[in-house]
Design a protein around this ligand. Structure first.
Ligand SMILES: [Mg+2]
Length: 250
């Protein structure tokens, strides 16, 4: 194994707190010559924003090692819809990543509706997205997570907003995030990683472990986030660790 890809929330941190031992584990892997990369479905921050958030928790991780839903969606649109205009139902991090990739942000005459978590989502935005989609725009989304965990419960995630837009327009979104394989394909192209030398570590069976299975890479579940031992049913990880602190390479 030459590369380990880690999920972020629930795997190396929880909310605003680093998982104990996560930083040391990442440093240990690196000092043993293992490359570490990070893949999150989150679509509200830029790579730079995630780097800064991680730095506050004591992680030294560089932007090119961070793959977010926002960055992946921007690369997807730059590759598949170059020169097109996008209407964004999302937050400033997504707008910034799309602009970084040369996507023009527009309203009335957009060819694309780019959707993600938007904590200022309104009926007006839903109506605009609906109108564009009924006039032939393409619907793309950072991810399909209906909820995301917070201390003491869950909140509506990007998937809940995407579902509303799908219902209003009758169109199905192309989702870029896990369990889809686009993020891995992007890493293969940009970072030169190889399937047989890569391992994925995450906390959710329905996104992370399913993602690794879809990509054909080995994977480990950590029990510090969403999924627990009792949730392991049809989709099975190769390894289970209580925490990233206990993670070892096979
Ligand atoms: Mg997670």
């Amino acid at each position: 194994m030459k590369t380990v890809i880690f999920d972020l929330d629930g795997t190396i941190f929880l909310g605003k707190t680093a998982i104990p031992g996560a930083r040391e584990k990442i440093e240990e892997l690196r000092s043993n010559g293992v490359r570490t990369l990070f893949l999150t479905n989150a679509g509200t921050r830029t790579r730079k924003g995630v780097k800064e958030k991680l730095a506050k928790m004591g992680f030294e991780i560089n932007e090119p090692e961070i793959y977010t839903g926002a960055y992946s969606l921007a690369r997807y649109l730059a590759g598949n819809h170059p020169g097109k205009k996008a209407y964004v139902v999302g937050e400033t991090g997504l707008v910034e990543e799309l602009e970084n990739a040369g996507i023009k942000i527009a309203r009335e005459d957009s060819d694309i509706v780019a959707a993600s978590l938007d904590r200022r989502f309104t009926y007006k935005k839903l109506a605009m997205a609906q109108r564009l989609l009924l006039h032939g725009a393409v619907l793309v989304a950072t991810n399909y997570d209906y909820t995301f965990p917070v201390e003491g419960g869950v909140r509506p995630g990007a998937g809940s907003i995407v579902a509303a837009i799908e219902a209003a327009s009758g169109k199905k979104a192309i989702s870029i995030g896990k369990p889809g394989t686009y993020g891995f394909e992007l890493m293969q192209r940009e970072r030169g990683i190889k399937r047989e030398e890569t391992m994925f570590v995450g906390d959710r069976i329905d996104t992370d472990i399913a993602f690794a299975r879809n990509c054909g890479i080995r994977c480990a579940l950590v029990l510090t986030g969403v999924s627990k031992n009792k949730d392991i049913k049809k989709i099975k990880p190769d390894y289970v660790f209580d925490s990233i602190a206990d993670f070892t390479l096979p």
